[in-house]
Write a new protein. Structure first.
Length: 678
């Protein structure tokens, strides 16, 4: 009987071998001759009829990363050096749920549900937002503003059974101080992480949260606090604002470097150990796997640059992106989030938040929270992703992507560092300019359907209703004040905050010590969802229908070549319905006159659907048959050199693959609703 096993060599290449008792090892594939690159390429050339596969089959992503259809070992000059220690078979990650409740008592119940549902961590949003109209502004998320509210949150909670990620921004020192006032502080803080990133605050709001001296002192204090993680490099914010994978990773490294540079040298090792990366789980499956692997490689470069122990590990926290999530046909978000979660897990993330499918339109209910939470469990327990040390190891494709992303991200990091660091690069508008260019490119890809958002810019559900309020606002409550003050000694800030909270103070009293927005100096970087332009068009059509009592509709007029008219009618139906315009299709007509007799005059839009060859003969009679200023006449197809001729004949708009749907549909809507606009 033969025994099959994997032989792991020092260079980490793996070879499947077979051995019989008492015999020498033999390669299972020893009877097969190796295939050369030239042989592979000759097969590709034959199948492509002489075309260059590097041009025809290469993948050009919107992220600026290109990939060929296959790679070999000789494409990797450093061999398979990205693999972790394969003896570490435990590849579990922490499943993190999110608390959305504003009231601490409600948040306490959600926390218990998360524990019962198998969450390892919970993410709790609780931070102050700037407002020039009042001291400190508003408090967003769960209202953890004083000692009483913190105690409500933890009431009857087994704090050793769950970890906490506090998305608390500049109020992180205050929450940390309130927790330290509790008897079980050590238990809570030993598995508590604080999403404290003052540099991303600066990018988001265009101003520093504190003056330089105060900011550096608070960074130094946070770097040495007895919590699991107290400093965060929040790269996900920039990806959700339109940044590429390369930009997100380069910015994350720059923020990490900024933290280390502003921490006293004696505390830098502590700061490195207390730092974690907060990254998006984005839309490109394989590049996202490679991104997380590249992040670990580049973190070692950062440590080496600061003369720190390169074995200090980096904790990576991933969260499904909001950039591609939609309000229209929102259940598709479950599928998007699942593939994003898979890429994060396969890349080796340490913690994963899967956002509920409806988190971008309303406060998620128990159903959507449970479904999101269970994505983690299915990947771990049913798909067994937690049982493989490194699923990407040995894949030349993923290894090559890892190399490319690491190289480009390091170059982007160096670009920022050459400006003197992250804040200086913001001041020079380098980061904002690059992200704006990337965002415009991605938004154009969505508008031209190079990036498909199913249910939004492709195959929309015309029966799906868009909420009248497109944007879900987090619960906001004004900061409470009791006129209590805190000692101004920055070196003892946490201790002084503890005393103040124990005496009944609220964050509103102490906010000037934590958040005092400086002069507006920088252009801002703010997240957005790519689907919003389509959702706005859908909502506008919906509101016009309700206001007038009519159904804004289009009649499709398929004539001529059977295959072409059917294809273009289907395309036009899909195209128009992304703006909420109902399209009525027809099997086809023999002539324009037949179409005129059958199509009702109630339709505001008529669309000619035929072949390019037949359009020159059909356009004039079509426009004459459906004349009148009240009609919008559309041709399905790219007119090419005939555009002027067709426009003179009476065609108002052209819709075709690759056209800018947002611009064209926006113009059609303005034309359609111009009377109500005035």
């Amino acid at each position: 009987m033969s025994l099959y096993f994997i032989d792991v060599h020092p260079n980490r290449k793996t070879t499947l071998v077979v051995a019989k008792k008492g015999s020498k090892k033999q390669s299972l594939f020893s009877d097969f001759s190796p295939i050369t690159r030239k042989e592979w390429e000759s097969v590709l050339e034959r199948d492509l009829k002489g075309k260059d596969y590097k041009k025809v089959l290469s993948w050009q992503t919107t992220e600026g990363i290109s990939a060929l259809p296959f790679y070999r070992l000789d494409d990797l000059p450093n061999s398979l050096h990205h693999q972790p220690d394969l003896s570490k078979a435990d590849r579990t990650w922490q499943a993190c749920d999110t608390i959305y409740d504003a009231d601490p008592a409600d948040a306490n119940l959600s926390l218990k549900n998360a524990i019962d549902g198998g969450a390892d961590y919970v993410q709790i949003k609780a931070f102050a937002t700037p407002d020039d109209g009042m001291l400190g502004g508003d408090f967003t998320g769960t209202q953890l503003q004083d000692q009483k509210s913190i105690n409500q949150l933890f009431e009857n909670i087994d704090t050793q059974s769950i970890g906490f990620l506090f998305d608390s921004g500049m109020t992180s020192p205050a929450l940390l101080a309130m927790i330290q006032n509790r008897d079980d502080a050590d238990k809570i803080l030993s598995h508590s992480r604080f999403l404290f990133d003052p540099f991303t605050y600066t990018a988001k709001h265009g101003r520093m949260p504190l003056n330089e001296k105060q900011l550096n002192e608070i960074i130094g204090l946070m770097a040495t606090q007895p919590a699991e993680k107290t400093l965060a490099a929040n790269g996900a914010h920039y990806y959700n604002s339109g940044a590429t994978i390369v930009q997100e990773l380069g910015i994350t490294l720059a923020i990490a470097s900024e933290f280390l540079a502003r921490t006293p040298e004696k505390d830098r090792a502590h700061a490195a150990q207390n730092l974690f990366f907060h990254l998006s789980a984005g839309i490109l499956y394989f590049p996202e796997i490679a991104k997380i692997r590249a992040a670990r490689l580049l973190w070692k470069n950062i440590l080496e640059g600061y003369d720190l122990d390169t074995e200090i590990p980096i904790t990576i926290h991933s969260q499904t992106t909001s950039w591609n999530k939609t309000i229209a046909d929102a259940h598709n978000n479950m599928l998007r989030a699942t593939t994003e979660a898979m890429s994060a897990v396969l890349g080796g993330t340490n913690m994963l938040v899967v956002d509920p499918f409806d988190a971008h339109v309303k406060e998620p209910d128990q159903f959507s929270r449970r479904i999101a939470r269970n994505v983690n469990h299915i990947l771990a327990e049913e798909a067994h992703f937690s049982k493989v040390a490194d699923p990407g190891a040995g894949s030349y494709y993923i290894e090559k992507l890892t190399d490319k992303i690491a190289e480009k991200a390091w170059d982007y990091f160096r670009l920022i560092e050459n400006q003197g660091g992250f804040i200086n690069a913001l001041e020079a508008n380098i980061i904002q300019r690059e992200i704006r260019r990337s965002a415009e490119k991605k938004n154009l890809a969505v508008a031209t359907r190079k990036i498909a958002l199913t249910g939004t810019n492709d195959v929309p559900n015309i029966e799906d209703r868009i909420p009248d309020k497109l944007f879900y606002d987090d619960p906001v409550d004004s900061l409470r004040q009791t006129k209590t003050t805190v000692d101004a000694d920055d070196n003892a800030l946490i201790d002084n905050l503890q005393t103040a909270f124990a005496d009944g103070a609220s964050i509103g009293d102490l906010i000037p010590r934590l958040l005092s927005p400086q002069k507006l100096l920088y252009k801002t970087v703010k997240p957005h969802r790519a689907s919003i332009p389509f959702e706005k068009m859908r909502l506008r059509t919906q509101q016009e229908n309700e206001k007038t009592g009519m159904d804004c509709s289009a009649a499709l007029v398929p004539i001529g070549h059977l295959k072409m008219r059917k294809a273009r009618a289907g395309f036009a139906e899909n195209y128009l319905q992304t703006a909420g315009i109902t399209a009525h299709n027809h099997p086809g007509f023999n002539s324009v006159d037949d179409a005129k007799k059958e199509i009702s005059g109630d339709h505001q839009i008529v669309v000619l659907c035929s072949s390019d060859k037949e359009y020159p003969e059909l356009v004039k009679p079509f426009c004459k048959a459906f004349s009148g200023n009240e009609k919008i006449r559309i041709l399905a197809g790219n007119p090419g050199d005939n555009e002027d001729t067709y426009r003179k004949a009476g065609i108002d708009y052209f819709i075709y693959s690759g056209s800018n749907m947002v611009e064209i549909l926006g113009d059609i809507q303005h034309h359609l609703f111009e009377n109500s606009d005035s």
